[in-house]
Write a protein that binds this ligand. Structure first.
Ligand SMILES: [Fe+2]
Length: 364
């Protein structure tokens, strides 16, 4: 079997199928790259693309070929034409659903983009997952939250790096400044992905790359697939920067709450460092993202102003769906992870001096 380093950094093993199309793709990926069976795309007809397990896993399977790949899978699948055609079919459903979810956005002149982003963020009034985690979540629920987020945080910043070769001038400089922090200024132990791995270790969770993929539902995959959709299509570069701006502009306060939630549960600095780091860093990144990154982009490419707003609104809207899923499941005293998947493995060597997790309080 693979060495531990493989498990930390990927590629991950192929996950379990979630429907006929992802099953067919998984069967194909176990073979040398070749044409997929005909008619697969037509079998994707989701009523709710953002929460459709088969569609979201199919997209994730296709996209991951551009990140770390899949363990034991022929690397030529990355550019296999019939797989790309299936991905495009799935993306049409996905992007249309995101645009429906976001709805119409106010017209904006390029010079007004930073203020319009600030207005969008201020108007985002979704359920407060961060407040729940700060004040009431049990240790098991916090572990679930970290399990969901591990799909992104163990490759934190990677999707937005796809913008780098597509930009020049002030927006590129701003993106480099943000990403430099995300990647720990070139120090492995300061990389945000590694800080998150330390949080997972403290919580007794498997820190293998995408180790919890089978446990997370479609809505969690959708938050990741959205970044990949924006990142892999040059036409959506404005949306990609808007997405990053929304993340940076809504990060500081929730991360303070996440850290406080872990402290309430008895965890120390090793567990909270990832969140504490973001409280400070993202207060700075917020300004860079709105003014230098997105403002800089639309000064050079004014026609992209609506795309920037769409990307930010999409990030906020899909994250609202994610938060609502967790809060609704917890309010019903159910797990937010997939029912058939085993719960995250607990391997705490030493228990923190945490309180006994309190019974779940109703979510306001
Ligand atoms: Fe980060």
């Amino acid at each position: 079997m693979s060495e531990p380093t493989d498990r930390r950094y990927g590629p991950a093993p192929l996950p379990q199928p979630r429907g006929p199309v992802s099953a067919a793709v998984l069967d194909a990926l176990r073979q040398p790259a070749q044409d997929l069976p005909a008619g697969l795309g037509a079998r994707l007809d989701p009523a709710e693309p953002l929460t459709d397990e088969d569609l979201q896993l199919t997209l994730f399977l296709c996209y991951e070929l551009h990140y770390r790949g899949w363990r034991g899978v022929d690397e030529d699948w990355e550019w296999q034409p019939s797989l790309l055609a299936l991905r495009a079919y799935a993306e049409r459903h996905f992007e249309a659903a995101v645009r429906r979810l976001v709805g119409p956005l106010p017209a904006v002149l390029p010079g007004g983009v930073p203020e319009a982003l600030a207005d969008l963020v201020a108007a985002a009034d979704g359920p407060s997952l961060a407040t729940q985690l700060q004040r009431r979540a049990t240790l098991a629920q916090f572990r679930e939250f970290v399990t969901h987020r591990s799909i992104y945080h163990l490759r934190e910043a990677d999707p937005h790096s796809w913008a780098l070769p597509r930009l020049g001038g002030p927006a590129k400089a701003a993106l480099v400044e943000i990403q430099t922090d995300e990647y720990g200024n070139g120090r492995l132990d300061r990389m945000h992905a590694e800080l998150f791995r330390a949080t997972m270790q403290q919580l007794g969770l498997d820190t293998g790359y995408a180790a919890h993929l089978d446990a997370v539902p479609a809505v969690t995959l959708a938050t990741n697939n959205l970044m990949s959709l924006f990142g892999l299509h040059r036409r959506l570069r404005g949306a990609l920067l808007g997405h990053l701006a929304a993340y940076e502009m809504t990060s500081s306060l929730p991360n303070r709450r996440y850290g406080n939630g872990l402290r309430r549960l008895g965890f120390g600095e090793a567990a909270t460092r990832f969140y504490d780091e973001h409280v400070e860093a993202d207060a700075v990144h917020e300004q860079i993202a709105a003014h230098d990154l997105c403002g800089g982009l639309v000064r050079v490419e004014p026609a992209l102003a609506p795309d920037v707003l769409f990307g930010a609104a999409a990030a906020l809207a899909v994250d609202r769906l994610f938060a609502a899923h967790l809060l609704q499941r917890w309010a019903a005293e159910r797990s937010s992870l997939r029912g058939s998947a085993a719960p995250p493995r607990v391997t705490l060597r030493e228990r923190p001096q945490n309180r006994v997790p309190s019974p779940l309080s109703a979510v306001a």
